[in-house]
Design a binder for this molecule. Structure first.
Ligand code: ATP
Ligand code: MG
Length: 215
């Protein structure tokens, strides 16, 4: 039976081209089949203010360091939480978010060299103890993600322009996060077919639905 009290936040994480957007759409369809109200959103972004900051962050003409990136990301996140995520969860909606705070640990921490401890200070300031109910980490060798993006076409943004070492550091930091919090962050091997990856995602999400007394 549908639990109408509180919604949940599910975040999808992983490097460029691992399949986050693809699987958010499939997961939305799966969750809607249980009659749940779904909001798909993304970080940076999710509010008009956040989307403006996203444009600024992804603008490949601008130069600024990882500290500035981190501060801007958390500014966008504070607004995203206050105006969209927390009210939606309170009203029983389920949020699917394309990247969240684990991405800051991976990109500005692992890639940009900011110690996890410093990021945790801002996480606590902005989120208090709030965490996603479930995080799906789509893991794929960096080169495979880049090949998928090349096939997909389109422009390359400021993060996609970074070198392979940076992207491998990001991947390793994501894996380290997963090891530190395996209950919340589930590792999904993203090199399988879309159907297989979706099946794995559904297995993890079904556990959350069961915990919420929805199935
Ligand atoms: N399991 C898969 N096998 C092969 N190709 C895939 C798979 N999943 C997604 N793709 C394709 O790879 C490309 C990248 O997928 P998608 O855009 O979902 O990734 P993303 O993680 O959202 O990327 P970005 O980080 O750029 O937003 C798309 O063209 C998609 O169709
Ligand atoms: Mg995407």
């Amino acid at each position: 039976m549908k639990n109408s009290n509180r919604g949940c936040l599910i975040t999808l994480e992983g490097g460029d081209g691992v399949g986050k957007t693809t699987h958010i759409e499939l997961l939305r369809q799966y969750l809607e089949s249980y009659g749940l109200d779904i909001i798909a959103t993304r970080e940076p972004g999710g509010t008009p203010f956040g989307e403006s900051l996203r444009d600024l962050l992804l603008n490949s003409q601008l130069e600024f360091d990882a500290e500035a990136e981190m501060l801007v990301l958390f500014a966008a996140r504070a607004e995203h939480l206050k105006r969209l995520i927390l009210p939606a969860i309170s009203s029983g909606k389920w949020i699917l978010c394309d990247r969240f705070t684990d991405a800051t640990f991976a990109y500005q921490g692992g890639g940009g060299g900011i110690p996890f401890g410093r990021i945790k200070e801002l996480e606590r300031f902005v989120q208090s103890t709030f965490q996603p109910d479930l995080t799906l980490l789509l893991d794929l060798p960096v080169e495979d993600g880049l090949a998928r993006i090349a096939n997909r076409g389109g422009n390359v943004d400021r993060f996609e322009k970074r070198d392979l070492d940076f992207k491998n550091d990001v991947r390793q930091a994501y894996l380290r996060r997963q090891e530190q919090d395996p209950g919340r962050i589930r590792l999904v091997r993203a090199s399988n077919t879309v159907e297989k990856v979706h099946e794995t995602i559904v297995e993890h999400v079904a556990q959350l639905l069961a915990r919420q007394n929805i199935i």
